[in-house]
Structures are given as structure tokens and as C-alpha cells.
Ligand binder design. Structure first.
Ligand code: NOJ
Length: 502
């Protein structure tokens, strides 16, 4: 048997640095804050941390608009502090990956400023006439730049200019950034919307999508009204990803990529996890699924099927872009809610693949409800009240009864209706203790990390699968209905959502 890669058995934990722990009283989380909470993370039992962007940025899209790929935003700390964080993470046997935002950079980045002046303009997409491409954040994907007297392309906000990956210098620059952080000891990158890197070289118009939803969206959100044939998922991508992979692999690092797909089917992610491209890609079919055994079954089996024997699955139930699953799949009765959250934790931590937890899900944190005046997310501000934006998934981590995230007013209000870390640590039956116990069981049994998986036949109420290897056989059975169902299970149960046995 070959040596198994660490990222296959690891459990990732995504942390939104602005909201994890503030140490200097400005209401925004920072690196010192994260350092002070590392003992919590190792107590919980996660293996790798993914930090949403911490590089210098005007923060228009909260760090997804980078103005210096090799620095640390003073809001979060500095290089020295980052190295201390990295060291402390490694000392606890965990790993750390950064968020690589390479489809676009901030218009405040010197690369863009230089291009606007007419120097190395081919690093971006400057054109004298826009085509019909649309922005995923609304409106046209082209904005006028006065200095250059041309339009430039942005798949997201006009403050986020798309880099021109057809230009080999751009890819070289990105590879240099990868080397830079990997040499310092970073363990890899989550890649933001990597399937958008390459664009059609002759900027052909995207074809119109003819569906009722697409037509309806034309005025409000035109991104849905076209097939994105020419502005993403281009054939050149494959080799770029292979080159990035080989750099990262030479440091034993990982690339975990996120695709953009307005259809919310995310069925474009699997091919990129094959053929020496990315080790891992996200697939959000489960995240977007209805809470039902057949829907979950479908989401899981199709993802596993698409990856075949070569690709390795990842699982995420929540992240910083979508409403938290405690709300999405929430149920009124607190007792049922707790049971549901426990089953979901068990699901994501025992399916074959790499789970990626989102900070606060271990507490059952719900989507925060914000007033119009409290909104921070530019997308929420633009589309309110039709879409409230993503702030609700980014509220501060509640550490204790007083909050404990910051001495001052936090940049977003705390969410409501869920108890804090300290309280849950003191209650054996809490969701937090459950996460910790399932993580411990997972760590103790390599079968649950790397064993084969077979999904049992679809059932209206139950979702069941087995994990097996030469050493052991586990059967996971989830009851997704609200009624008790009796199931015959051979052998001793290791845990059930009511109790654990050791
Ligand atoms: C996807 C990220 O997850 C999201 O938060 C961000 O706004 C866009 N990419 C643009 O970078």
C-alpha cells in the first residue's frame, strides 16, 4: 500500500478570521486572537485550518480583493505574527492552508495600477468594447477605467479585476506566490473560483440561456441568463492547474479548489479533481440539497460516482457564502434540532472523503439575522431585501455567556439562539461534545478515514452506508425522519445520537 496523503484523512476547519477572536479591541478578529484559540481547536480534534483571506486588502469583499499576495493585512497582524501562528499550529500537530484568490485581485493592487497606466496591460483584460459577459455579483462584467480609457473585466465586484491567465507572466507570478508561502511552511491553499482563471482568447459572447428562471433573472441578476461557455471552465485551465499542483506537491501541500457555478449543481467540480490537477475540489450538492434521505442519497452518490476511483471527495455543509445549515435544515423543536445537527455531524465526519467544517457549526450556530443598517456584505447591500447577503453566516464566534469575541462592539452582531463554547463544553450531551467525540472516534479508526464506502439502497427515511477495510467494518445509519425507526444493527453500536459507548 502506498503512503496515504495527509489531506485524505485530515478534517479541515474553515475559520473566518474577521469573526473568530478579536485580541486588540477593534471589533474585528485577528491572528493573535486565533493563536489564543488554538488550544480549543486542538481540543476539538480538527487537523487542518483554512483561513479565509488575511492579505492586505481594501476589504471591499472582505479580503477576497487582495492588494498584496505576499503580505498580511495590518487589520489581522503582520508577517511575524503569522509565522508565530503557523508555528503554533504545527506545534499542535495541525496544518494550515491559506485562501488563494488568483482569479482576480483588488484594483488597488500595484499590478492593476501599473496596467491602468499602460504598463503590462496584458496582465488584465482591458478592451475598448465590452462583450455580453456578466458579473456573478450583478450587472455587466465590464467597468470603465478612466486612466486606461478602456473597459476591464471583473467576474465579481468592479473592485476585483480579473487577472489575464492567457498571459504566462500571470501564471508565473501566481506560482511565485505559491512558492513564497510554501517555503515559509504553509501547507497549501484553498483556491477561490479557480474555474474562472482562463477566458476565451477572442472574447466571444456567451450564448443565452433559455429557461423561465433565466428569463426572469435577466434584469435583476443577468448572470443566470447565459451559458458561461466563454468566461470559465476553459480547456487551458487543465495545464495551469497541473503546474500549480506540481509546485504544491513538491512541498507535500494540498490544493483544495472551489468552482463557480450559478446553477448550484456544482457538477463542474469533479473533472478538476482528476488527472493530476487539484487534489481536492469542493462540491456543494449536499450543501444545496433538501433535508431528506433520498435527496442526500442522490447528492452523495452522484459526487462519489463523478470522482470515480481516482478522485477523493470533500464534504462541506456550510461555509462563508451560504446560509448556515443549522438554519437551512433547521427545525423548531430544540430536541429535534439537536438530534438533527448530531446526525449531520456524523454524516460529514464518517462519509468517505475529507470533511471541511465551518467555524461555529460545532455549536449549531444559526444564520444571524441582520437589520438593513447592519449589513456589511456588498452583495447583500446591493440585493436587499431579495437577498440579505452573506453576513448571517459570518457572525462572531460566541465563546462564553458574555460573547467573548471582542471587548468592543463586534463588526457584525452575534447570532442568537445557540449556547456558547464554554457552556457547551460543560454539558456532556451538547453538540460541541458530540463533534469532539465523533472526531475522536474518527481519529482512532483509520477505516473511517480511508476505508472504502458503499452506500446502501435509497430509502425514504434512512440514509445508510458502510465503511470497510481489512481491519474493520462500520455501518452508519441515519434516520432523517422525525419518527423513531427500529433498525437491526449487527454488533455493538459505537455511538447513537442519544449516547456514546466507548
Ligand atoms: C468565492 C468566495 O468564496 C466568495 O466569498 C467571494 O466573494 C468570491 N469568490 C469572490 O472572490
Amino acid at each position: 500500500m502506498g503512503m496515504s496523503k495527509w489531506w485524505k484523512s485530515a478534517v479541515f476547519y474553515q475559520l473566518y478570521p474577521r469573526s473568530f477572536q478579536d485580541s486588540n479591541g477593534d471589533g474585528v478578529g485577528d491572528l493573535q486572537g486565533i493563536i489564543s484559540r488554538l488550544d480549543y481547536l486542538s481540543w476539538l480534534g480538527v487537523d487542518a485550518l483554512w483561513l479565509s483571506p488575511i492579505h492586505p486588502s481594501p476589504q471591499v469583499d472582505f479580503g477576497y480583493d487582495v492588494s498584496d499576495y505576499c503580505g498580511i493585512d495590518p487589520l489581522f497582524g503582520d508577517k511575524e505574527l503569522f509565522l508565530e501562528l503557523l508555528d503554533e499550529v504545527h506545534r499542535r500537530g495541525m496544518r494550515l492552508i491559506l485562501d488563494g484568490v488568483f482569479n482576480h485581485c483588488s484594483i488597488a493592487h500595484p499590478w492593476f495600477q501599473r496596467a491602468a497606466r499602460g504598463e503590462k496591460q496584458e496582465w488584465f483584460h482591458f478592451r475598448s468594447r465590452p462583450n455580453n459577459w456578466t458579473s456573478a455579483f450583478g450587472g455587466s462584467a465590464w467597468s470603465w477605467n478612466r486612466e486606461a480609457e478602456k473597459y476591464y473585466l471583473h467576474t465579481f465586484l468592479s473592485e476585483q479585476a480579473d487577472l489575464n491567465w492567457s498571459n504566462p507572466e500571470v501564471e508565473e507570478a501566481v506560482l511565485d506566490v505559491l512558492h513564497y508561502w510554501l517555503k515559509l511552511g504553509v501547507d497549501g491553499f484553498r483556491l477561490d473560483v479557480f474555474n474562472c482563471y482562463h477566458k476565451d482568447r477572442s472574447y466571444r459572447d456567451n450564448p443565452t440561456r433559455w429557461s423561465p428562471l433565466a428569463l426572469l433573472s435577466r434584469l435583476v441578476y443577468p448572470y443566470l441568463s447565459q451559458h458561461h461557455r466563454y468566461d470559465r471552465d476553459r480547456p487551458e485551465l487543465r495545464e495551469s492547474l497541473q503546474r500549480m499542483r506540481s509546485v504544491v506537491e513538491s512541498y507535500d501541500g494540498v490544493l483544495l479548489g472551489e468552482t463557480l457555478d450559478e446553477q448550484f449543481r456544482y457538477d463542474n467540480a469533479a473533472p478538476y479533481a482528476l488527472d493530476q490537477q487539484l487534489q481536492l475540489t469542493f462540491n456543494f450538492r449536499l450543501l444545496h440539497s433538501k433535508y431528506s434521505a433520498p435527496d442526500f442519497h442522490q447528492a452523495i452518490s452522484s459526487w462519489v460516482h463523478d470522482l470515480g476511483s481516482e478522485g477523493w471527495p470533500t464534504w462541506a455543509l456550510s461555509n462563508h457564502d451560504f446560509p448556515r445549515h443549522a438554519t437551512r435544515w433547521g427545525i423548531r423543536s430544540p430536541e429535534h434540532q439537536l438530534r438533527r445537527m448530531k446526525q449531520l455531524a456524523l454524516l460529514s465526519l464518517t462519509l468517505k472523503g475529507t470533511p471541511c467544517l465551518y467555524y461555529g457549526e460545532e455549536l449549531g450556530l444559526k444564520e444571524g439575522k441582520l437589520r438593513r443598517a447592519e449589513l456589511q456584505d456588498p452583495v447583500g447591500r446591493r440585493y436587499w431585501p431579495f437577498f440579505q447577503g452573506r453576513d448571517g453566516a459570518r457572525t462572531p464566534m460566541p465563546w462564553n455567556e458574555r460573547g467573548g469575541f471582542s471587548e468592543e462592539k463586534p463588526w457584525l452582531p452575534y447570532g442568537k439562539g445557540v449556547s456558547d463554547v464554554a457552556t457547551q463544553q460543560g454539558e456532556e450531551d451538547s453538540l460541541l461534545c458530540w463533534y469532539r467525540q465523533v472526531l475522536t472516534i474518527r481519529k482512532r479508526h483509520p477505516t473511517l478515514q480511508l476505508g472504502a464506502m458503499s452506500l446502501e439502497a435509497e430509502d425514504p427515511q434512512l440514509l445508510a452506508f458502510e465503511r470497510t477495510d481489512d481491519e474493520a467494518r462500520f455501518r452508519v445509519v441515519l434516520n432523517l425522519s422525525e419518527r423513531p425507526i427500529s433498525v437491526h444493527i449487527a454488533g455493538e453500536p459505537l455511538c447513537s445520537s442519544a449516547s456514546f459507548s466507548s
